[in-house]
Design a protein around this ligand. Structure first.
Ligand SMILES: CC(C)(COP(=O)(O)OP(=O)(O)OC[C@H]1O[C@@H](n2cnc3c(N)ncnc32)[C@H](O)[C@@H]1OP(=O)(O)O)[C@@H](O)C(=O)NCCC(=O)NCCS
Length: 86
């Protein structure tokens, strides 16, 4: 396997304290060690915080799916991002 999928969720109280950045950096280190070459993720297009963090850590937007995500009855666009770590 050479592609890994990244997912992350931090409890509200602990957000914006650098924990997400730390956890993703750790996950990327572990993935690299395990031989993963490409890390892929999907994010709500209106999730400014997550997108900012992913870009900061070197993820690039490679796709946009229109209206594929649903939350509380509303539809949102989905951004696909990848980072090459090989
Ligand atoms: C997204 C998430 C993983 C980020 O983790 P975190 O610990 O809160 O993030 P960090 O503190 O490491 O970094 C947050 C960064 O976003 C920035 N930020 C915060 N709100 C922002 C906003 N609305 N728009 C843009 N940037 C924002 C902060 O300034 C910080 O950037 P900086 O370090 O360059 O100043 C976490 O907030 C979370 O679990 N959210 C809910 C679930 C979720 O959205 N998961 C991702 C689904 S793809």
């Amino acid at each position: 396997m050479h592609v890994g999928e990244l997912g992350i969720f931090i409890k509200k109280l602990y957000r914006d304290k650098g924990i997400g950045e730390f956890m993703i950096r750790q996950a990327l280190k572990y993935a690299r060690k395990e031989g993963i070459k490409i890390v892929e993720l999907s994010v709500f297009a209106n999730n400014g915080r997550a997108i900012h963090l992913y870009k900061k850590l070197g993820f690039k937007k490679v796709g946009l799916l229109k209206g594929t995500l649903k939350n509380k009855g509303r539809y949102f666009d989905e951004i696909i991002m990848v980072k090459n770590i090989g």
